[in-house]
Write a protein that binds this ligand. Sequence first.
Ligand code: ADP
Length: 179
Amino acid sequence: MEIVVRGTKVEAVKGDITKVEADAIVNAANEGLRGGGGVDGAIHRAGGPEIMAECRKIGRCSTGSAVVTTAGKLPAKYVIHAVGPIWRGGKHGEEDLLRSAYETSLRLAEERRLSSIAFPSISTGAYGFPIERACPIAIATVVNHIRRGTKLKHVIFVLFSEDDYKTYVANLKRMVEKT
Ligand code: ADP
């Protein structure tokens, strides 16, 4: 499922982000940049030790921010490690921090003049952010960014489960109806 916003494709696909051939794939990282389970573990496993070596040099990344490394053996050129918030009930700035994690990733992609970027569903796994609330934030942040002007030609949301994919498709359709 895809929509086009000012000439930029915004697409939802079901699959494994480590296989995606985008200029950058985004990792749902943690503040210590030390790897972990979920998509973070998958990226480091598939990409090899080079990515972790760079993460160690960088050190840390605050929640709501992101840092860039190369992508090791992955088909992507870069990995953008974005740190989403841990869900603590919704009244601790979680929505703003999630938006900021997406915005920072997009800004880093623009600075490198990338034309494609792939996002996982940041914070909705181990960090517990409800996907029904996270998905509209992810899509709106990307669409608003594109409307302000972008070099990106293709933004891909890569969803690991059928349910998450369906949530993204429903929200992308809603976005089309609104505009
Ligand atoms: P967080 O700690 O930010 O919640 P997780 O990695 O636990 O990050 O989960 C984020 C999302 O990434 C979840 O929806 C999870 O199912 C999904 N995920 C896990 N592995 C992959 C993968 N290889 N490709 C894409 N998404 C993945």
